[in-house]
Design a protein around this ligand. Structure first.
Ligand code: HOZ
Length: 429
């Protein structure tokens, strides 16, 4: 495949942008080689600057759940833009969005919009600390909650891909307030809460982890966390930036029937524009300025274009019966991939929930970061590049998750399965 224009752009970008990219995960460091530069996208396909098409399983890292450039979203953005692209003044759309979120996610009594998932988790942590008057927080190894100082400790996603799950530049005093525990280990949480009575403000987690590849909660794990946090009066924060409005209308919390105290969102509710949100119990949310003492703000928060795109996306998810359809597509992909993997007799762990999936080359199981690290990343890298050559784009790291959109269909899934079959022939002799 000729990618000479992309290669040229990347070479030049290295001179002007650190690492040539505006977010490290785009740099292909986890799989080697040169990233392609996107020129356009439509439906489930992205075209690079050399005109090569790819079936896209990254979907802008989640938000393109309808597929790229859906005409209804484009029209919503266009119509909103004609009335002004930013006001910094309250708008009716923000109210509509808040009402919609609290209708879809019952644990949300009040919600505030931000411009990114990172802002949402950063604000939720500050709020939990302000509300409880406690400083320590618990997170889980491999969970990634954006590039927030307190949360870049044993973090997944890009840092992990680069072998730097702890970032430089974070004051030790702050990092020491973050306790990182293995995911899916309830006993470790119980022991820690008993060790620090009255000191832990919050437990934050991805209830389904999507930043070490995809890892699912063991039966009873999320329910156990809810019980323990209630017992110790610790704020439970579900980071549903990836899973919210994707796995179900009400995210993982709906699937498990759990009410976290606070939740964070992003991706899907912006319809592809930069959006995040955090919300939860009214008494906690009312601790925010201007009502309460915890300050949090954003000039572009609730931006009219982002709200218009997000509201249209949520409406279309409902109209297109999205969650059932995404499950059907996920099942279709799974059936085809598993048939191929089984025929090959390869060591593998396949994880899928709805439209999110991951393949690890390992005997498994993969229940936490340590076990994910035991997978054959070199084999994954070869598999990734063979697929890319066939026009199938998976996330360029073992430590990311695949996403399906409503624009993927039987045809693309069949093409993907065939490409995977050929790639597996080569990576598993
Ligand atoms: N895993 C990241 C999102 N959860 C990838 C996106 C990025 O860092 O740019």
């Amino acid at each position: 495949m000729n990618r000479s224009r992309s290669e040229q752009f990347f070479k030049e970008a290295l001179h002007f942008i650190p690492g040539g990219v505006n977010s490290p995960v785009r740099a292909f460091r986890g799989v080697g080689g040169t990233p392609f530069f996107a020129q356009s996208a439509s439906g489930c396909r992205v075209w690079d600057e050399d005109g090569n098409p790819y079936i896209d399983y990254v979907c802008s890292w989640g938000p393109s759940i309808l597929g790229h450039a859906d005409p209804a979203i484009l029209q919503a953005i266009q119509e909103a833009a004609e009335n002004g692209v930013s006001f910094g003044i309250p708008t009716a759309r923000e109210l509509e969005m808040a009402k919609k979120i609290s209708k879809w996610v019952p644990s949300i009594e009040k919600v505030r919009m931000t411009s990114s998932g990172t802002e949402a988790t950063m604000s939720a942590i500050r709020l939990a600390r302000g509300f409880t008057g406690r400083d320590k927080i618990i997170k889980f190894e491999g969970c990634y909650h954006g590039h927030v100082d307190s949360l870049l400790v044993k973090a997944g996603s890009g840092g992990l891909t680069l072998g730097q799950p702890d970032s430089a530049g974070i004051p030790r005093a702050l990092a020491e307030l973050t306790i990182a525990l293995p995911y899916n280990d309830l006993e470790a949480v119980r022991r820690t809460l008993e060790l620090y009575p009255g000191e832990i403000a919050a437990i934050i987690l991805e209830p389904v982890v999507g930043n070490v590849g995809l890892i699912l909660p063991l039966p009873g794990y999320l329910e156990g966390l809810r019980e323990l946090t209630q017992k110790h009066e610790v704020i439970l924060i579900f980071d549903e930036v990836m899973t919210g409005f994707r796995l179900a209308r009400g995210g993982v919390q709906e699937l498990h029937g759990i009410s976290p105290d606070l939740s964070t969102f992003g991706k899907v509710i912006g319809g592809g524009l930069p959006v995040g949100a955090f919300g939860g119990r009214k008494e906690i949310m009312d601790f925010l300025a201007p009502l309460g003492p915890v300050y949090q703000a954003g000039t572009l928060s609730g931006n009219p274009l982002a709200m218009a795109a997000g509201l249209m996306q949520l409406q279309l998810l409902e109209e297109r019966n999205a969650f059932q359809r995404l499950e059907e597509l996920g099942q279709l992909l799974e059936d085809r991939v598993l048939a191929t993997l089984k025929r090959k007799g390869a060591p593998y762990v396949w994880h899928r929930i709805g439209s999110m999936f991951s393949l690890f080359f390992t005997q498994g199981p993969v229940r936490n970061l340590k076990e994910a690290m035991g997978s054959d990343r070199e084999r994954f890298a070869r598999f990734f590049h063979l697929l890319l050559e066939e026009g199938v784009y998976l996330a360029p790291s073992q430590f990311e998750t695949g996403f399906l959109s409503l624009a993927h269909g039987q045809e693309e899934i069949e093409l993907t399965a065939q490409a995977m079959e050929r790639a597996l022939e080569k990576v598993i002799p």
